[in-house]
Design a protein around this ligand. Structure first.
Ligand code: FAD
Length: 351
């Protein structure tokens, strides 16, 4: 940290919080990132099973914005992402079709969380630290964690968490920002995983099919992890992503029952002649806050993909821009740039 530059707290070490923290740190600001998880990543985290690594959240990323494209190119040079999948398949009314949109996609290498671990390198990161409350006095912002410890003071408190979680932290201090958070719901999604002793064979698909979208029923997408770069030696493991409305109807179901129901749904959806072996192990993860319901056009108005008030309370993340990794990264990156440009401005006093 450079003398006279402010120090910030970022709550949430997902891609948005880390993007923001890196801009601030690169400009010499002090920054400490807090996350309740055991590591950084959030919805980009990976899970280690007995003999495989699986993702239950984000599977791949696309880059449209030129700055994000440059960032992804830098990740590729650093070896933490590689192109995947090269093609997608869709199953509709019993018919298989290749979806060729020609848009490049990347995934994390050797796992998705490699990206967020790469971004967290060199940052002051406090994991397993859930922030339960904020307080502000003349010195600045103070954070209280689940163990009652106080952290601070910080010039700004940046909430890089899903909007319902940001609302709870912002409400006592910034009713207007909290109301904005309330206006951006996050939809739920069940993500099941299953591992098999033998590969899944589907007539009409190549042996190395990576992703299959399913048009009807409880399941919307099936992902094969051993087709991801560097994972061909893993046994067959699938992630089964449920439709959001189905997930919300069954949100409080038990995770093992949910995995069984989604495997049944896959079995029912597969075309004739497909072989779905018996799963050796399976379970499911409930994402209560999987996908934001973003206001249309939130990504088109410059400076509108984050929020900041005069006290230094700030909000970023996918909810402020769009439902993808690129949106979350841009939201955090733009907030970091804004704070760097305006930290000494009266604007922070007058916003
Ligand atoms: C099932 C699923 C599939 C997806 N697939 C794709 C995909 O293929 N491609 C794509 O581009 N996007 C995908 N997404 C969306 C993408 O993952 C998100 O848009 C993006 O990761 C959001 O990043 P974020 O930093 O805004 O939030 P998050 O990743 O949710 O990060 C927020 C962080 O805040 C932490 N946190 C929350 N509350 C507190 C607290 N009180 N104290 C401390 N820490 C706290 C959490 O632990 C978390 O690490 C998917 C999401 C899901 C759920």
């Amino acid at each position: 940290m450079t003398a006279n530059l402010p120090s910030h707290a970022v709550i949430g070490a997902g891609i948005a919080g880390l993007a923001c923290a890196r801009v601030l740190a690169a400009a010499g600001h002090g920054v400490t990132v807090f996350d309740k998880g055991r590591g950084p990543g959030g919805r980009m985290s990976s899970r280690r099973l007995e003999d495989a690594i699986v993702e239950l959240g984000a599977q791949s990323l696309r880059a449209g914005d030129s700055r994000f494209r440059a960032e992804v190119a830098a990740w590729e040079r650093a070896g933490v992402v590689a192109p995947w999948p090269r093609e997608l398949w869709r199953l509709e009314a019993g018919r298989l079709r290749r979806l060729a949109d020609g848009r490049p996609r990347h995934t994390g290498v050797p796992r998705m969380s490699a990206v967020t671990r790469h971004l967290a390198r060199g940052l002051a990161l406090r994991v397993s630290t859930r922030i339960d409350g904020l307080a502000r006095d003349a010195a600045g912002w103070w954070l209280r964690d689940q163990a009652g410890a106080r952290h601070g003071p910080f010039a700004s408190a940046i909430l890089a968490v899903p909007t319902p979680q940001a609302e709870a932290l912002a409400a006592p201090h910034a009713p207007d920002l909290a109301a904005e958070c309330r206006g951006i719901a996050q939809r739920a999604c069940w993500a099941a995983w299953a591992s098999f002793d033998v590969p899944l064979a589907i007539p009409g698909l190549p042996d190395d099919w990576p992703v299959l979208d399913i048009a009807e029923g409880p399941l919307r997408r099936v992902i094969r992890h051993r087709t991801k770069p560097g994972r061909s030696a893993q046994p067959e493991t699938l992630t089964l992503l449920a439709r959001l409305d189905w997930s919300e109807r069954h949100l409080e179901a038990a995770s093992r029952d949910t995995a069984a129901r989604l495997l049944d749904a896959l079995h029912a959806a597969l075309p004739k002649g497909a072989f779905l072996p018996l799963a050796r192990a399976s379970d499911a993860h409930r994402w209560r806050y999987a996908e934001p319901v973003v206001a249309p056009g939130a990504d088109t108005i410059p400076g509108q993909d984050f929020r900041l008030d005069a006290s230094g309370l700030a909000l970023c993340g996918d909810g402020w821009r769009g439902a993808r990794i690129e949106d979350a990264w841009l939201s955090g990156h733009h907030l970091g740039e804004f704070l760097c440009r305006h930290h000494a401005d009266p604007i922070l006093e007058t916003l």
